[in-house]
Design a protein around this ligand. Structure first.
Ligand SMILES: Cc1ncc(COP(=O)(O)O)c(C=O)c1O
Length: 492
């Protein structure tokens, strides 16, 4: 039922009723028995392509259209057979917590349980990832998390030469060193921070996609000779293309020797530390000045949740403060005589996350991470990570034993890069591109592709909480079937 305010908006408080209806449609959607949205786009576009409504139709109409037209034509991303890029759907616990926060704590500040869980969940993540000495802040994704980390690096490097770059800007050329496999948000962060994208020096990798430390050292030495200020070294703990983990100890030690900020991009790969077989590759994390991880990747959080961890959170405050504003600080100053003690959640903002990054308004994200960890614990996360890493290894082992399959990069984490081959076909890039397109259109198994050492690879990346061994097996069988068909077609 709707409460009608005179002449304007309708507000309904029948949330449980409508959530139940939406929930039924979402359960149906998650069966993935429907065709792909694009294949039916004519009909839903005709339904949705309406002019701006001058008169509201009411929430029942909204819910009905969501259920009939919008939800059934959603994305392939949460499909358990989807393994493109590094993205997946939210788990149910995550969705529930996100929805709860949306209603009960739309902002992450003030003395509420949600604000408390913001910090508590960051501490849990830091514990789980063996960086308990670090403090964090949430943001919308790995892109912003890297930006925040590099903002701290900029602040640190310039404060050492008595300049406040957040207040006064940067007045000299600087360098950020990152491997040629780094995510391009590093370059974009440099652009946004006023350093310039070209300040990112690309360091060559070995054939496994790991940064070559001697090349890094040469680049730093070269810059120092030219009086260019080294601002940060960025290492991958799970590169986007292949899941490569840079030699963190060697890079961290080098960064310390030269007094350069050491940032680790673990947006995708940091949860890999939970797999005992891979954990040793994360040695060296202790050297990091900043580390990021995306709970909305491998941990299964709703999209829009990343975390940046730093050793010194005050640096973030200096790098990102928006300066005091009367309408904000004036409203909560618990130190004034009028408010001598904290008695109400609105007496204090709590930890000022809005001054540790680039967002003022931001959702309560901690409750989502808290809910996921509370639901399955570290052991549950470990099982998921191990299962996905096993799936990548299964693909690689299978390829090694099959005449028509070839591994292009051995898995480190849950990515396996491989291709189909046939001696009658010269252009294997084109063949694999065609296999890939046909596979996607079958709408069951959806890896992406990449290039490894110049060759086109089919690249599944398993991070979905709903993805299991049978999806890796099914994908392989489909690729073999399509590969055989295409070879036959091109030989007839
Ligand atoms: C290593 C790495 N860093 C950063 C990002 C950017 O993350 P987001 O898409 O959450 O902004 C990605 C995205 O896949 C990534 O793989």
């Amino acid at each position: 039922m709707s409460k009608q305010h005179p002449g304007d908006e309708a507000v309904t408080d029948q949330i449980a009723h409508f959530l139940q209806q939406i929930g039924i449609s979402l359960d149906e959607f998650l069966k993935f028995e429907h065709a792909d949205a694009f294949q039916r786009s004519k009909s839903w576009k005709a339904q949705l392509d309406q002019p701006l409504p001058l008169q509201g139709e009411g929430i029942e109409a909204v819910v009905s259209e969501l259920r009939q037209t919008v939800i059934p034509n959603g994305s392939a991303v949460p499909n358990p057979g989807f393994s493109s890029f590094i993205t997946t759907g939210a788990t149910t616990a995550s969705t529930l917590a996100f929805t709860a926060a949306n209603i009960a704590s739309p902002q992450r500040y003030m003395g509420t349980a949600f604000n408390f869980l913001e910090e508590k969940s960051l501490e849990w993540l830091a514990d789980m990832f063996t960086i308990p000495q670090m403090k964090g802040v949430y943001s919308s994704g790995g892109s912003v998390a890297n930006l925040i980390a590099l903002g701290a690096a900029r602040q640190s490097a310039f404060e050492k030469i008595a300049i406040d770059p957040a207040a006064d800007g940067v007045d000299r050329p600087v360098s950020i060193y990152a491997s040629e496999e780094c995510h391009h948000t590093i370059q974009r962060s440099a652009g946004v921070l006023g350093i310039g994208r070209r300040a990112v020096k690309s360091v060559a990798c070995d054939s496994m996609g790991r940064m070559q430390v001697e090349k890094l050292q040469a680049a730093v030495e070269n810059d120092l000779k030219q009086n260019i200020l080294p601002l940060a070294i960025v290492a991958n703990a799970g590169s986007t293309n292949t899941g490569a983990i840079d030699p963190l100890t060697e890079i961290g030690q080098l960064a310390h020797r030269y007094g350069i900020w050491f940032h680790v991009d673990g947006a995708y790969g940091l949860p890999g530390i939970l797999d005992a077989r891979i954990a040793p590759l994360f040695q060296g994390l202790e050297f990091a000045d900043s580390v990021i991880v995306d709970p909305h990747k491998w941990l299964g959080a709703s999209i829009g949740i990343a975390a940046t961890f730093v050793k010194d959170r005050d640096l973030l405050l200096r790098a990102f403060t928006q300066e005091p504003a009367d309408y904000l600080e004036g409203s909560v100053d618990q130190n004034s005589e009028t408010t001598p003690s904290l008695e109400h959640s609105m007496d204090d903002f709590g930890i000022p996350y809005f001054d540790y990054g680039v967002e003022l308004s931001a959702p309560s994200r901690g409750v989502v991470v808290w809910a996921m960890l509370k639901e399955i614990g570290v052991e549950g996360m470990r099982n998921r990570v191990v299962r996905h890493n096993d799936m990548a290894r299964y693909l690689s082992d299978f390829c090694h034993q099959h005449n028509h399959l070839e591994v292009l990069c051995e898995p480190t984490l849950s990515i396996c890069c491989f291709r189909y081959r046939d001696e009658s076909i010269n252009d294997l890039d084109q063949l694999n591109q065609r296999i890939h397109r046909r596979l996607i259109r079958e709408n069951k198994f959806m890896p992406s592709t990449t290039r490894v050492n110049g060759q086109l690879a089919i690249r599944p990346c398993f991070v979905g909480a709903r993805s299991e061994q049978k999806h890796a097996e099914g994908m392989l069988q489909s690729i073999l079937r399509i590969g055989e068909q295409l070879v036959q077609e091109s030989n007839t």
